[in-house]
Design a protein around this ligand. Structure first.
Ligand code: HEM
Length: 415
């Protein structure tokens, strides 16, 4: 069975996230940054209510602030003690389980270090030749003779989930189902019931595989986790099923949804800027800077979240204990005090750190994998789809979405 190319939950998720409609949040974010690096969100204004309207149940909601500037976002993400990740627990934790995403130090460090090795730059060499290259080739094989394709549907959407499935050692035939559950899982804010159901189904599915790996370990990530020993307060213990499954549930949405979007965004940037496309095609040493520029220009994930653990200050703005901080990494990446013409895609910029992978203790665990996957997919596209260009008979591609951003389709022709 092939990975699905009819991802209904995916479409639903995309629609709910605002994909399809052409949306550009960047002018509005620029205006917010001009006003202040950090500002309180006006719940009444967000809900379209009058300034003195009674908020009813929403009156009990914690205050919400948004960090817009590069400095504010970096400062917030660097200080995990003041700006905790535990705010993910009430919603995301319900479906992922207690994963590293919602842990604070020192617990976070204990768990993250168990798996860090498997995602190191060094480890990527093996995954590249054994898994990513063959997976990308297999997807391209299916359409290469046709002379045209939708690169989102046929390549960037399905390949990262196939890669993770292989890294976990899952049977190929399970991948389509696995991807559907993963999309349902992250659609938790749209359909809670469905997300909880997917979470339970994934639990049972993974439980069976973990039991097998405990008896007969293989060369995959589930075996690494099944055998890993946690050292905490002088004690050592094997990870239990809940701990392993929380990690596995997180990995799929964290790794597949984001990488598919970042590869699609880079392709969009290049295909809509043919001079830059030609430059990279002719000189592949430009690829790393093109990948970073696409991540800066259109971060797949615009917004993450933290919770203030004490009264504090962020870029001069007082934040009370208990406040939610919406951390706009996409806005930070367009901070005009750091980048000229920030809304433009330009692979020839001076390289500077961006925040698409976040920063600090929770900085993306899979960033080397994501960069390697994107490198492989771009090289294969250049090598196997000669003179690839936007399909002149289709509407021009556009990146859309308010939290998750990528193009819904990417019709191209070649040859
Ligand atoms: C371009 C692709 C990617 C982007 C833009 C991205 C972005 C991010 C961001 C912003 C965070 C921080 C979330 C937070 O603290 O609130 C994060 C964390 C994480 N990412 Fe990625 N990610 C990408 C690819 C991947 C891949 C391929 C994997 C693994 C297969 C992965 C696994 C993780 C994990 C496990 C965490 C949690 C780390 C922790 O809490 O310590 N990501 N990612």
């Amino acid at each position: 069975m092939q990975p699905t190319t009819e991802p209904d939950p995916f479409e639903e998720f995309n629609r709910a996230m605002g994909a399809g409609r052409i949306q550009d949040p960047y002018p509005n974010l620029a205006e917010r940054r001009r006003e202040a690096p950090v500002s309180p969100a006006d719940i009444r204004a967000l809900m379209g209510l009058a300034a003195d309207a009674d908020l009813g149940d929403f009156g009990d909601m914690p205050p919400v602030f948004t960090a817009y500037s590069f400095e504010a976002v970096q400062q917030c993400l660097r200080d995990g003690e003041t700006f905790s990740s535990s705010g993910y627990a009430p919603v995301m934790g319900e479906v992922f389980g207690h994963s590293i995403l919602e842990m604070d130090e020192p617990e976070h460090h204990h768990y993250r270090s168990l798996i860090q090795q498997a995602f190191s730059r060094k480890a990527m060499e093996r995954w590249e030749s054994d898994v990513v290259g063959p997976v990308v080739d297999a997807h391209i094989d299916e359409f290469v003779d046709e002379g045209r394709a939708d690169l989102v549907r046929q390549l960037t959407f399905p390949f990262p989930v196939t890669v993770i499935g292989h890294m976990l050692g899952l049977p190929y035939d399970d991948l389509a189902q696995f991807h559907r559950w993963a999309v349902e899982l992250i659609s938790v804010s749209i359909d809670y019931e469905k997300a909880v159901r997917a979470s339970k189904l994934l639990y049972d599915y993974f439980k069976g595989i973990i039991d097998e790996r405990r008896v007969a370990p293989a060369e995959d990530l589930i075996s690494v986790l099944a055998l890993a020993e946690l050292h905490e307060g002088g004690e050592r213990h094997r990870l239990n099923d809940d701990e392993i499954i929380a990690f596995l549930r997180l990995l799929l949405p964290a790794g597949a949804e984001t990488t598919y979007r970042s590869s699609s965004n880079l392709l969009t940037g290049l295909l809509t800027h043919p001079d830059q496309l030609d430059a990279v095609r002719a000189d592949r040493s430009l690829l790393p800077q093109a990948i970073e520029e696409a991540l800066r220009w259109e971060a797949p994930l615009l917004l993450i979240q933290r919770l203030a653990t004490r009264d504090t200050e962020l870029c001069g703005v007082a934040i009370p204990e208990g406040a939610v901080v919406a951390v706009a990494v996409g806005s930070a990446n367009h901070d005009e005090t750091r980048w000229d013409r920030p809304d433009e895609f330009d692979i020839f910029r001076e390289p500077q750190q961006h925040l698409a992978f976040a920063f600090g203790p929770h900085m993306c665990l899979g960033m080397h994998l994501a960069r390697m996957e994107t490198t492989v997919v771009m090289n294969r596209v250049f090598d196997r789809l000669p003179e690839v260009r936007v399909d002149p008979d289709a509407p021009p591609p556009h990146i859309t979405g308010m939290t998750f951003r990528s193009p819904p389709t990417l019709p191209v022709v070649w040859g």
